[in-house]
Design a protein around this ligand. Structure first.
Ligand code: ARG
Length: 294
């Protein structure tokens, strides 16, 4: 079920960028009906600054509508009044081949979300695996071709990398985050090619300075063709984006990244989630990929 929209683009060097294909995606989202910032667990959250729940809902709705317009499927989980961060469903689990690894949140303020996500996965036919280790789902785990890129340093514990590798029987590459503004892996790195032919490397983009030197070396070695994003695009959460392999939904403020994507033959589309950035989240944070199971 993949719609084939291919396009070519010329890069600055005059080379023709590869043709890209849009793949059908299935996502889990949660309407920010109770969105507010009444605690601070990352540097973006300032409880003293006012938030506008109606605006959060309106901005979120645009993202939801765009996914449907692009032909994707979006499932919804019911928001819980006591959990304003539940809109960031990327933290609700990590799902591959119909198996859902449930999160165990680092901060007390979000712990009550985990049982709700576990119930949703069970009710929707996923093989639901409860965690022993602290982990924040697709916020810190990203599937790049056949391997799992796993972030640590702020939220998901190093031990969860071993656990996630056991749960899915896949190689896990540990990456250490060092800048508190980029506390989840999905704030500093994005997977551009969600579907990759065996033996090929997934296209990725990342913000080098968000990682320690050892992780930067690993990324450079494993992903030599990656797009390296400038600090100013990273700082507006440009990397917190969702790609179907052709269409890449990004923040309108990440203008440099937008250009880089075009040069590589992707089709950047912008959605402004400025209200949700007050909670320290963006496009990817509001999107959990559901792979497999029906
Ligand atoms: N306020 C939330 C937190 O700090 C934001 C989560 C953003 N999610 C993400 N996948 N990066 O946990």
């Amino acid at each position: 079920m993949s719609t084939s929209e291919t396009a070519t683009a010329s890069s600055q060097s005059g080379e023709v960028a590869p043709a890209r294909t849009a793949h059908h995606r299935r996502y889990l989202m949660c309407k920010p009906s109770y969105f507010t910032v009444n605690y601070s667990i990352n540097p973006w959250m300032e409880p003293a600054n006012p938030t506008d729940t109606a605006n959060a809902v309106a901005q979120w709705q645009k993202l939801y509508d765009l996914y449907l317009e692009l032909g994707h499927e979006v499932e919804l989980i019911e928001p819980l009044a006591d959990y304003p961060d539940m809109v960031y469903t990327a933290n609700g689990g990590f799902v591959i081949d119909g198996r859902a690894y449930v999160p165990s949140f680092y901060y007390e303020q979000r712990r009550g979300e985990a049982p709700a996500f576990a119930d949703w996965f069970r009710a929707n036919g996923f093989d639901t695996v409860m965690p022993k280790e602290i982990n924040e789902g697709e916020g810190d785990f990203l599937l790049a071709g056949s391997v799992i890129l796993a972030g640590t340093g702020f939220r998901s514990a190093g031990d969860s990398h071993r656990e996630v590798s056991e749960v899915f029987g896949r190689e896990v590459i540990t990456l250490t985050l060092v800048d508190p503004r980029f506390y989840h892996l999905d704030t500093a790195l994005t997977i551009l090619d969600p579907v990759v032919e065996p033996g090929q490397t997934a296209g990725i983009a990342y913000l080098p300075h968000a990682f320690d030197e050892a992780s930067q070396r690993i990324l450079a070695e494993r992903f030599p063709d990656a797009i390296l994003v400038a600090d100013e695009d990273g700082a507006v959460f440009g990397l917190n984006s969702a790609s179907d392999g052709y269409n890449v939904i990004i923040s309108p403020r990440a203008t440099g990244f937008e250009k880089q994507l075009r040069e590589r033959g992707y089709n950047p589309l912008t959605v402004d989630l400025s209200e949700l950035l007050l909670g320290g989240g963006g496009i990817k944070c509001c999107t959990l990929e559901l792979r497999g199971a029906r």
